[in-house]
Design a protein around this ligand. Structure first.
Ligand code: SF4
Ligand code: SF4
Ligand code: SF4
Length: 316
């Protein structure tokens, strides 16, 4: 896949079919990748596809002018389609390079499984349903279901359905990986009072860095409500009640746009289980409106239209 991606990306730039390529390059830390945005065809040799391609690259599309070739896993492709629905990007300006995605390895889980910091690990490889970690000269095998991000274990569309070039054989959702997020299940088992206490504890740790918002392709407002001063929806200093308001309003804003890519939870520096909120909203949207984000570029955005029978008298 990696070789094919490099060839295709280079050809797209050479043939001037795109102005930019967005993909992944090796990160500066072990077992990481970093987004690569380039117009230089020599840079395409740095493109990688490996089990650590975490970011949702659709996040960069709204800031780039010109035609773009973008590497897309299943969740990314849905975020791209959602941006097309919202008229934030034009389909004709994109060449989507589809990665049939086997899931991304969660380094925090690997650290817990091995009891080692990622810097102490020599190698991490994946073959089929097994993840092998080499540490202190020994190899340890783990089930892939223990090593992938929770959102990958619940992935509904590993292979993009909207693409121009596909880089490998399509992958169906793996039924054996279909387990729901453990943190969500734990929260649902609590009483309402216990759940409130849990969120108070979790959100008291929020430092309002806005990483969760900034990595999210569905959060594309030029001016976020948290920066408004008239009215002032939240105070700038992080106190848990305002942190809660921030997350509630953010979740309402991304309803029907969130593709359960898991980036907000991964980016949170204090490990707040944000996916417990976003996945719940994703499921509620599915149940109430029979709507799944980013599946059909011709569909109208969920929160930007209504049917006449839904309209209140004032609109009729
Ligand atoms: S959610 Fe699906 S498409 Fe996205 S990284 Fe995980 S397995 Fe891949
Ligand atoms: S990423 Fe985490 S700490 Fe930062 S604003 Fe979001 S919830 Fe708060
Ligand atoms: S809210 Fe979180 S999971 Fe949903 S699209 Fe944004 S970053 Fe991804």
């Amino acid at each position: 896949m990696e070789q094919k991606l490099r060839q295709e990306a280079k050809a797209l730039l050479e043939q001037k079919r795109v102005d930019w390529i967005i993909g992944f390059a090796p990160g500066s830390l072990k077992f990481t990748t970093t987004p690569l945005i380039t117009s230089d065809k020599a840079d395409t040799e740095r493109l990688v596809i490996n089990p650590f391609i975490t970011n949702n690259l659709a996040n960069f599309l709204t800031d780039i002018k010109g035609r773009v070739g973008i590497v897309a896993k299943g969740c990314e492709s849905r975020s791209i389609v959602s941006l097309i629905q919202d008229n934030k990007v034009a389909r004709e300006d994109l060449v989507i390079l589809a990665v049939p995605c086997p899931g991304v390895i969660d380094l925090a889980k690997i650290e817990r499984l091995t009891g080692k910091d990622r810097d102490e690990l020599d190698d991490i490889t994946r073959a089929g349903d097994k993840v092998t970690v080499q540490v202190d000269g020994k190899k340890k095998d783990f089930a892939v279901a223990d090593a992938l991000f929770d959102h990958c274990l619940a992935c509904e569309l590993p292979t993009p359905q909207e693409y121009d070039i596909i880089l490998g054989d399509p992958r169906p959702p793996a039924p054996e990986l279909k387990v729901s997020g453990q943190s969500i299940e734990k929260l649902k088992a609590l009483t309402s009072a216990e759940r409130w206490e849990s969120w108070e504890n979790e959100l008291s740790r929020c430092i309002r860095c806005y990483a969760c918002r900034n990595v999210c392709p569905a959060c594309f407002c030029q001016r976020c409500f948290v920066e408004e001063t008239e009215p002032q929806w939240t105070l700038p200093m992080p106190q848990w009640q305002d942190n809660l308001i921030f997350q509630i309003i953010r979740n309402i804003h991304v309803a029907g746009r969130c593709t359960d890519c898991g980036e907000c939870e991964r980016a949170c520096p204090v490990n707040i289980p944000l996916r417990s909120l976003t996945r719940e909203m994703y499921d509620i949207v599915g149940e109430l409106f029979k709507f799944k984000s980013g599946m059909d570029k011709e569909a109208l955005p969920l929160m930007a239209h209504y049917e006449q029978e839904e309209a209140e008298d004032f609109f009729r």
